[in-house]
Design a protein around this ligand. Structure first.
Ligand code: FAD
Length: 281
């Protein structure tokens, strides 16, 4: 079994990818994974869309990567809008294909506030269903250093997060642009008695326009000075600025005690490779 164990001492490395939509993008993802494989990640994860064909693509990409590489490949699984039976069918299929880890997420309800239907409201309910599955999956969950955008109360959000983390095996954070957000979240979880490891998620700002849009959706504060420098730079300099910024964050996070580094690789190897070179990984 390629299970994800995050224990004290050895810092871990992991990458997130998304399912490619075209044969060319599939080829690019393959080249990306090949280029990053020798960094010896503990795992890579593959995102899961809100519906439609992307759902099958996640499964196929996960099974394909798992058959080709020695590290664990973890699918993301969202529960809002799904029935328990649908989730169990997916879990059975993943188990039968030797997938041993699952990132359990709520997903987002439909825009406009209509009822998504399904048997789940919160990720913690999905965690319980995965735990009840015969396969004994290791379970990761999401954590939002700057508080989940649907939360109106920081303290209540942290209490829900602490309970969710305690019933899971590890967490992965949303991206952020100031390590202080992650450090504060860990202190708050610590104060609630929760010591489940949470990997900080780092996104290299290779495309400031797109990443500002992602940040706005997640209510992650962008560093305006960084964005100004990125927006003024040409493509080559922009990559260097993004890499240097992410490398500095990575070093600070490791020094602050983060159990490892999780990169939102955006299906490209150049930025993440540059960061890992800079920090000597
Ligand atoms: P929850 O843990 O359910 O939290 C959602 C909100 O509900 C929070 O405000 C929380 O405080 C509140 N809450 C939790 N429990 C309770 C309770 N018992 N009572 C009242 N309130 C409660 N989305 C995708 O669609 N596909 C992906 O592949 C994907 N990958 C992601 C990977 C990472 C690392 C992260 C950080 C996010 C990812 N997302 C993905 C986004 C995620 O699905 C959304 O942000 C979603 O809105 C919240 O998911 P969650 O699992 O944190 O939800």
């Amino acid at each position: 079994m390629a299970t994800i164990e995050i224990v004290g001492g050895k810092k871990t490395l992991s990458f997130e990818f998304f399912p490619p939509k075209t044969p060319e993008a599939e080829q690019t993802l393959r080249e990306t994974v090949d280029a990053l494989a020798y960094r010896k990640p503990l795992f890579v994860s593959v995102t899961y869309g809100a519906g439609g064909s992307i759902i099958d693509r996640t499964r196929d990409v996960v099974v394909d990567l798992a058959a080709s590489y020695p590290f664990a490949v973890m699918p993301h699984l969202t529960c809002v809008g799904h029935s328990e039976d649908e989730v169990n069918m997916l879990l059975d299929d993943y188990a039968d294909n030797g997938i041993d880890n699952m990132l359990a997420l709520a997903g987002d309800p439909p825009a406009g506030g209509s009822d998504p239907g399904g048997d789940f409201r919160f990720a913690s309910e999905l965690v319980e269903q995965i735990k009840a599955h015969r396969h004994g999956f290791k379970i990761g969950v999401a954590a939002f250093p700057e508080v989940h955008p649907r939360s109106t109360d920081r303290k209540v959000d942290r209490e829900h997060l602490a309970r969710k983390l305690e019933s899971a095996d590890f967490g992965i954070s949303q991206f952020f642009f100031d390590p202080e957000h992650y450090v504060r979240m860990i202190e708050e979880l610590d104060a609630l008695g929760c010591d489940t490891p949470v990997l900080p998620g780092i996104i290299p700002v290779i495309n400031p326009t797109t990443i500002r849009r992602f940040a706005d959706m997640n209510e992650a504060k962008v560093d305006e000075d960084l964005w100004t420098r990125l927006e003024r730079a040409d493509e080559h300099d922009r990559l260097s600025i993004a890499v240097e910024h992410a490398a500095t964050m990575a070093t600070t996070l490791l020094e602050a005690g983060a159990p490892g580094l999780h990169f939102y690789a955006l299906n490209r190897a150049d930025a993440v490779s540059g960061i890992l070179d800079l920090i000597g990984w």
